[in-house]
Design a protein around this ligand. Sequence first.
Ligand code: ADP
Ligand code: MG
Ligand code: MG
Ligand code: MG
Length: 398
Amino acid sequence: SRFERYFLMNKDDVIEYVKEKTNLFSKDSVLTCEEIGDGNLNYVYRVSEAKTNTSIIVKHAGDVARISDDIVVSTNRINIEANILQLQAQYAPSLVPKVYVHDDIMNCFIMEDLSDHEIMRDALLSYKIFPKFADDITTFLVNTLLPTTDVVMDHKEKKKLLKKYINPDLCEITEDLVYTEPYNDINNRNILFEPNKEWIIKEIYNDDKLRLEVAKLKFDFMTHAQALIHGDLHTGSIFIKEDSTKVIDAEFAFYGPIGYDVGNVIANLVFAYVNGVTFHKTEFVNWLEQTIKDVLDLFIEKFSKSWDEYVTDIMAKEPGFKQWYIDQILESTAGVTGLELTRRIIGLAKVKDITSISDPNDRVRAERICLTLAKKLIKNRDTFKKGEHYLEELFHAL
Ligand code: ADP
Ligand code: MG
Ligand code: MG
Ligand code: MG
């Protein structure tokens, strides 16, 4: 077989692979294959059989990133993703795609085709409203995060998982792109929107207090092995339709701070919100205000309730400990929200919510709203204790 040693598969290879290596289609089936990936790193193929109207998705890792040959990342990331998807399926079965096949030689896995859903960032760019989103995503967060912490999981089991999901290459990408480069452009990879350049140099690069707080957050990310986090939970990693939410693309998963996941969700809702404000989409903007608030408040409520039900560690049951633990998650959530808001404006990887704003004055304003809010979130992160506090600062920044 050609598939006993890794190589980067093209469409024809993928068809042959699926026929030869899986039982998903019969050997004489007529299959078509298209590449549908839009991410920065991987190849995503849809393989379909017209006769039976069935299709599956093959996600496959190359040894350099699609976005840049300079980014060399271990192909093992695809195995991390396949494994964690199966773990998440135990904790939050309705909120992730089903995995059918996992192959750690060819560095690919085969999953359920979610093409009846839409990538949430795209849906938000058409100003669609999803009333169930806050409820679904907070269930995903609480149900996947709390059970993998030391307060719930057996400590030795936890350490086994910690070792399995150490993920140094993908963590390095985050450390560089989120926690370092936006504040000093050390690798010359930042992309500043020209009319905002001077403002950004003054307000971000030259703000010593801000950089100190980012440094603290960076070492929290690297050393706080709190829970098995998704690690890349932006709206491009969420498939959505009216009655269903599915979280995909967990290749950045590792043991890190819970606030990293929660903060990424919030920040990416803020991008959609700022776009909605720019184009005067009143109903959409109102829904997002409610949703930003609900994500925070429902997260706290569900986390607190699950804590009472599932915590096992005896010391974690000391009165006052739960509140301390939640406060510390909220502080990290605010910090990370600010970091994600900043890096998507200043750093290499942009978001369409902002870059699609074509009027330069509107774009300048949109970017400054995000960065003004971000600075507050990072510097005063211990003051963001509930959804309302985020909205207050967001309104100030407008
Ligand atoms: P990357 O790691 O390269 O960002 P993603 O997992 O985010 O890859 O997938 C990239 C794109 O491929 C998604 O935005 C989506 O359009 C498509 N895709 C990924 N998984 C599925 C799936 N299970 N069903 C349908 N389309 C998918
Ligand atoms: Mg992706
Ligand atoms: Mg990815
Ligand atoms: Mg902390």
